[in-house]
Design a protein around this ligand. Structure first.
Ligand SMILES: [Zn+2]
Length: 60
């Protein structure tokens, strides 16, 4: 099994760990029907449209 040859610095360990809980901003697209912000590849929760077609009935 591969084993590290040399210890690496505390700074290197710390900078690796510093990236663990970085969050990328949630990517959003806009519904073609009602132009509300929707995650990509997702049926719009406001109007139930997906790819310009109504796929889910939304009450109200
Ligand atoms: Zn919509």
């Amino acid at each position: 099994m591969a084993v590290p040859k040399r210890r690496h610095s505390n700074a290197r360990t710390n900078s690796r760990r510093a990236n663990h809980d970085k969050k990328e901003p949630r990517h959003l697209t806009y519904c073609a029907q009602c132009s509300s912000a929707v995650p990509p590849h997702t049926v719009c929760p406001k109007c139930g449209h997906y790819m310009g077609r109504k796929v889910v009935d939304i009450d109200s």
